[in-house]
Design a protein around this ligand. Structure first.
Ligand SMILES: Nc1ncnc2c1ncn2[C@@H]1O[C@H](COP(=O)(O)OP(=O)(O)OP(=O)(O)O)[C@@H](O)[C@H]1O
Length: 257
């Protein structure tokens, strides 16, 4: 039986100006899934994430988070977000890794509450989960792109979310650390039953780690298990994307497995 739906989009369409950038999207993500959202440049993936997070409002359709209309949703501590721009601190940035992770607790505390000793344990637990505990007192800017993204995962984990949304988090991460990063996400999904939604250009890697895939080009052209995705041939895939898979991976140096 399907687990509880955490994100539900029904007939969602959106335009910034005159042109639709998201068209009639139906998509449900159930608890425990690791969904890879793939599609060509400009196909509306980041916009779809903004709609899910309530940062843009759909022109048509409904979005529910944890069963609630997104505009009425208030359990934001349940939802972590890691963006592609997170890993852009230079070496002079003054915050330590510990402080960055601790800042993930602020949204669940009231303004006048002080950090408690239990919060310290939570920060170290989150850092241990991403194997970065020994870096707690480093400046965030001293770390590599891949290490910084692990810290941002820890920042998202510290408020015990049920869902983490990641928008191309491996941009700027060395290729040799990308696999380890995906392995970490796979482990969090399996061992913590953490639901993950990740936008990725790296079709080969995402489809070998995620449980489900959604292929988007304004609309969602395929949504199913990664197993079903792997059973498709090149012709099916061209049909899904509306053009060749080579075009999809253009500029991103990835290939279909
Ligand atoms: N703030 C904005 N105002 C106007 N148009 C926008 C805005 N943000 C994005 N767009 C346009 O909306 C379309 C979808 O963009 P979006 O960033 O959602 O796609 P994407 O699939 O995430 O792309 P990429 O893979 O290149 O990051 C594009 O044509 C883009 O130029």
């Amino acid at each position: 039986m399907d687990q509880e739906p955490l994100i539900e989009l029904d007939g969602v369409s959106f335009k910034y100006d005159r042109e639709w950038v998201v068209e009639d999207v139906d998509l449900t993500i159930h608890k425990g899934q690791f969904l890879g959202l793939v599609g060509p440049n400009g196909s509306g993936k980041s916009t779809l994430i903004k709609l899910m997070l309530g940062l843009e409002k759909p022109n048509r359709g409904q979005i529910r988070l944890f069963g609630k209309q997104v505009k009425k949703f208030n359990r934001w501590q349940e939802v972590g977000f890691v963006s592609q721009k997170a890993n852009s601190f230079n070496s002079g940035f003054p915050a330590t890794v510990y402080e960055v992770v601790r800042s993930g607790l602020v949204s669940r505390m009231n303004m006048f509450q002080l950090f408690k000793p239990t919060h310290k344990d939570k920060v170290y637990e989150a850092l241990a989960e991403v194997e970065m505990k020994e870096y707690a007192h480093y400046s965030i800017g001293e770390l590599s792109g891949g290490q910084q993204q692990r810290v941002f995962i820890a920042r998202a984990l510290v408020s015990d979310p049920s869902l983490i949304i990641l928008d191309e988090p491996t941009v700027g991460v060395d290729s040799e650390h990308v696999t380890a990063f995906y392995d970490l996400l796979g482990k969090l999904n399996r061992e913590r039953n953490l639901t993950l939604l990740m936008v990725s250009h790296d079709i080969g890697t995402i489809t070998s780690h995620a449980t489900h895939v959604a292929c988007m080009n304004k609309s969602v052209h395929f949504h199913g298990s990664t197993e079903d995705y792997h059973h498709m041939d090149d012709e099916d895939l061209s049909g899904i994307y509306g053009h060749s898979v080579q075009q999809l991976t253009h500029n991103h140096e990835v290939t279909h497995p």
